[in-house]
Each structure stands twice: as C-alpha cells, then as structure tokens.
Design a protein around this ligand. Structure first.
Ligand SMILES: N[C@@H](CCC(=O)N[C@@H](CS)C(=O)NCC(=O)O)C(=O)O
Length: 203
C-alpha cells in the first residue's frame, strides 16, 4: 500500500494506524500547494479531490476520506484492538466518534486556518469549537481513550488536536484532553510516524 501524505495534516492518523497494525506501506509525500507528489506525479490524478490522505491499494484501488481509510486499515488485521468488528454495536459507536471528529473538530478547524476570514468571524467558529472540546474533555475525564482502549478514533483525534496551538488554543484549558493528548503522543507508533514524516524531503 502507498499512503499519500502531507506533514502535520490529517494524513497522520492513517499513518499512525498503519504502524500500530504493523502493515507494510510506502509513504509518499504530497505538496498540498503545488499538488506534486514525491514520486513525480500530479496528485489530482491519484485523488481528484486534491487532498490527503489517499491510500493506494495493491490492486490499484484508491481510498480517500480519513474515517473510511482508518476503518479499512483496521479491517485488514482481524481481531485487532483498534476497531470493533463490523456489524457490532461497538463499531457503530466508533463510527459515531469518527464522524464527530471529522465534522465537529476537523471540519470545524478549517475556517481557523483560513487567512481571509476576519478575527471577528473566526471568534464565532472558535466558540463553537470550544463547546466541542468541552464535550471531549468531559468524555475523557473518565476514560483513557474514546473507545476505552487505544483505537483508530484516537489516532484521528490526536492528529486534529495537534493543530490547536496554531490557532493559539491551549489544550491545558481542558485538562483531561491535555492528559489524553500527552498519553497518545508518547506511543511508539505516533513518535515513529512523526519522525518518519519529518525525515521526508519537501516536494
Ligand atoms: N474529508 C477529507 C478531508 C481531508 C483534508 O481536509 N485534507 C487536508 C489536510 S488535513 C488537505 O489535504 N487539504 C488540501 C486541500 O484541500 O487542497 C477527509 O476526511 O479525509
């Protein structure tokens, strides 16, 4: 499998999960501005949506959208602890978490990255995001991980939370969330994924 990624973006979460599962993969860096890839292609030929992450399978299929990629990867290793089995109630619960992270944290962060949006408007998006962080802080006060033990949703939540300092949002204002972020950050898979991404050459 080939994972098309850009450093410090949401593609970090499938990268972490590939390492957690011990699956063989190749990392291919994408320049998110020029859309050139480290293997010399126009990224839009691989993912016409033009954004990472994109996972290219051995049979040539291309899978996009973080929550789909994360679940696909977990399903490649039956019985692993990163995602409950398909068709179970717990799998539905996982999908609830993934959708929340995707729409309420990942999607809700997009306006904060946008330099054309004035601070007064950004304040509205920040306030909404703070409500979501309150919810997560409450949830994680009683449990170490979203599903109890570390799983694909944690790889995704950790990844999107790494962006908050960019917006001058300090996780220490949500102590359970800050402790959670530290817990995930010290995992071998996370440390090695970050190191591997940092070691790639800019495209
Ligand atoms: N809905 C997509 C969103 C992916 C996404 O937001 N990718 C960002 C990085 S986190 C990106 O590559 N943006 C570049 C662009 O849109 O041109 C998913 O969940 O995978």
């Amino acid at each position: 499998m080939k994972l098309y990624f850009a450093p410090m973006t949401c593609s970090l979460s499938p990268h972490i999960v590939l390492r957690e599962l011990g699956l063989p993969f190749e990392l291919v860096r994408v320049n998110n501005q020029s859309k050139r890839t480290a293997d010399g292609r126009d990224f839009r030929e691989i993912n016409p949506k033009g954004y990472v992450a994109a996972l290219v399978l051995e049979n040539g299929e291309v899978l996009t959208e973080g929550p789909a990629i994360l679940q696909f990867l977990a399903d490649q290793v039956p019985g692993n602890s990163l995602a409950p089995a398909n068709g179970t109630w717990q799998r539905t619960r996982l999908q609830e978490h993934l959708n929340f992270i995707s729409s309420e944290i990942h999607g809700a962060s997009a306006p904060l990255f946008n330099t054309q949006i004035p601070p007064t408007i950004k304040a509205i998006f920040r306030e909404k995001l703070f409500n979501r962080l309150d919810y997560l802080n409450h949830t994680l006060a009683d449990q170490d991980y979203l599903m109890g033990t570390f799983g694909v949703a944690d790889a995704y939540l950790f990844t999107v939370l790494t962006w908050l300092p960019t917006f001058n949002i300090e996780l220490n204002d949500w102590p359970a969330l800050a402790a959670y972020q530290h817990r995930v950050a010290t995992r071998t898979s996370v440390l090695s994924a970050l190191a591997a991404e940092a070691a790639t050459q800019p495209v």
